[in-house]
Design a protein around this ligand. Structure first.
Ligand code: PXG
Length: 291
């Protein structure tokens, strides 16, 4: 079974799925993306990801040449063509092919790509034992520069943060904003647990409004937990009872050490386990059916 990729309305092979060197996505990072998961043949939070894609497009004045409904159907059809039930989807919309100048008016039509691929999961021991993370020197993009709520193709700050994480021998990184407030991981949102209450940074400090983050907030309300969106410093992390990261790729992953400080008793906490399991149940029982 060979891989099928959606490229501007066509279903092509991986070898055929090529874009121009004049595409402004490549030249300037002028474009947006999404990352979704398919669990047992159902696309998790498909409408929410499509909505965020269109919001990112609106913010950068990028006209996606298809309706939201057509976008939903393109996702479903691409997964169906690949005939796999547990996969990762990477959706990319670039400004398209233009001249070498930055002016987006030279790009006649946006380029739409949907890649369906197998997922490379973190090893199970990361979930059992939790991960060690460090705060990094590279600051999250300021909300008044390029808002991190736009899931744009400009991820160089996150890539530089990841390089710092790798050099530190850690497994995750926490990015601060220019004021030193906690924002998020390099590709995940963060939750802190203190005295039974959940805290997560508000969007205005500079975060991607993660769909997994939104889901955890909904599950928390359903299950009787209090969640507060709160501005936090590194100190709030050091003295937390529990910390976890959330993201479509990582799902819910316990953090047990920040900059050498053990979090709580240095093991994943009970509330974190609750959300690891509640999230797993949700992804396996809901989603947009493909087959
Ligand atoms: N923050 C950032 C900066 C992200 O890129 C998340 C949070 C989590 O959002 P969702 O909607 O997934 O809950 C993301 C998204 C990867 C990878 O390789 C992951 C993301 C983006 C790019 C690459 O794991 N996560």
């Amino acid at each position: 079974m060979s891989q099928v990729i959606y490229l501007d309305g066509q279903f092509v092979t991986r070898g055929e799925a090529k874009v121009s060197v004049y595409d402004h996505g490549l030249l300037y990072g002028d474009g947006i993306f999404e990352g979704l998961r398919v669990y047992n043949g159902r696309i998790f939070k498909l409408e929410e990801h499509v909505e965020r894609l269109y919001e990112s497009a609106k913010a950068i004045m990028l006209a996606i040449p298809m309706t939201r409904q057509q976008m939903i159907e393109a996702h479903v059809e691409t997964v169906r063509q690949n005939n796999l039930r547990d996969v990762y989807i990477r959706t990319i919309v670039t400004r398209g092919v233009g001249s070498l100048g930055i002016d987006p008016r030279s790009c006649a039509r946006a380029c739409v790509i949907i890649i369906v691929d197998t997922i490379s999961l973190y090893p199970p021991e990361f979930y059992q034992e939790g991960i060690k993370v460090v705060t990094v020197a590279t600051r999250r993009t300021a909300v008044d520069a390029l808002s991190p709520r736009v899931k744009s193709l400009n991820y160089l700050g996150n890539v530089m943060a990841k390089i710092e994480v790798n050099r530190a021998g850690a497994f995750g990184g926490i990015m601060l904003n220019n004021e030193g407030y906690v924002t998020e991981g390099t590709a995940d949102n963060i939750f802190v647990v203190k005295k039974g209450v959940l805290y997560t940074p508000p969007t205005h400090v500079g975060i991607l409004q993660g769909i997994t983050r939104d889901t955890i907030m909904e599950l928390a309300m359903r299950d009787g937990y209090t969640v507060r969106e709160q501005v936090m410093t590194r100190h709030d992390l050091f003295v937390a009872d529990e910390i976890f990261f959330t993201g479509s790729g990582a799902e819910v992953i316990p953090v047990i050490n920040v900059d050498g400080r053990s979090i709580g008793d240095g093991k994943p906490g009970a509330i974190t386990w609750h959300f690891v399991n509640a999230y797993r149940t949700l992804v396996n029982t809901t989603g947009y059916p493909v087959f």
